[in-house]
Design a protein around this ligand. Structure first.
Ligand SMILES: [Zn+2]
Length: 278
């Protein structure tokens, strides 16, 4: 089967950081270069009460028109690996949003914003309306939503590889048959509850003009789960680079199965270090 593609909606003018201040006004403002310690801890522990500034910053679509007029379909097999980066800063989040769109579907990210409360940024955005309406429907997603998505994807990849290294994935089947509870089954139920994930199917032409089955994900958030699921179902394992700490995929039959580094650059760097110290 072909990889699942994503319906990407990227505004013609990209996304911008805006801040919702304490009085409910939307202000154009860049976040600090990095999120605070408390924001990263809140993302890891998924505790809403502990967020710092990350919950006041939002990615806002700078225009309501998308690049293609409708949506672009993006075929890339391992976007989920992008989301395993530890401690992503605002620059990384903005870059990914401009590449892949928001985590939620275009429809689900729409929020009604009072024009009066967004007056200061109104002129710099193209929200498809002159000044007369009092409210506008614009696409917004908070930075905390993004930090959560990174933390959850990273945890999923690392939990799964820890369990598979200990042989737990194989053993889980016997417990499943015996009706026993199990860490693997719990992880599966939590990550893939029944009815989760929104995929659509269509028949269309591939690049050679042949009729091909096409599966699309309607949101980036769904795509991350589906891509990870398809990868491990195909026997892919994941490892953390011994040099830089990035997670990378080891696909069966491709490259060395005992690969320790994410890239040649990291392998060379580790080698130079070893030479220097030895
Ligand atoms: Zn590396």
């Amino acid at each position: 089967m072909k990889p699942v593609s994503l319906q990407v909606a990227i505004p013609e003018r990209g996304f911008r950081w805006v801040r919702l201040d304490g009085k409910g006004n939307w202000v154009l403002a860049d976040p600090p270069a990095n999120w605070s310690e408390e924001d990263h801890v809140a993302a890891e522990s998924d505790e809403a009460s502990r967020w710092g500034e990350a919950q006041n910053y939002y990615l806002a679509a700078a225009s309501n028109e998308c690049t293609t007029g409708t949506v672009a379909l993006l075929n890339q097999p391992d976007i989920y690996l992008f989301f395993t980066v530890a401690r992503p800063g605002p620059g990384t989040i903005l870059r990914y949003a401009n590449l892949f769109g928001l985590l939620g579907s275009w429809d689900s990210t729409g929020q009604s914003v009072s024009v009066r409360r967004a007056k200061k940024i109104f002129s710099q955005f193209d929200w498809g309306a002159p000044e007369h309406p009092r409210y506008l429907q614009i696409q917004l997603e908070s930075a905390s939503t993004w930090l959560l998505a990174f933390a959850q994807t990273r945890t999923l990849v690392s939990d799964w590889s820890r369990l598979s290294e200990r042989g737990e994935i194989r053993r889980a089947f016997n417990r499943y048959k015996a009706g026993e509870n199990d860490e693997v089954l719990e992880l599966l139920n939590k990550t893939y509850p029944l009815g989760a994930g929104n995929l659509t199917f269509s028949l269309g032409f591939d690049s050679q003009g042949e009729i091909a089955a096409q599966v699309h994900s309607s949101s980036l958030r769904d795509l991350l789960r589906v891509q990870f699921g398809l990868a491990v179902a195909a026997g892919t394992s994941h490892r953390q680079c011994q040099e830089c700490g990035h997670w990378f995929a080891v696909r069966p039959g491709l490259g060395r199965p005992d690969k320790k580094f994410c890239s040649n650059a990291c392998r060379m760097r580790a080698m130079r270090k070893r030479k220097r110290s030895g």
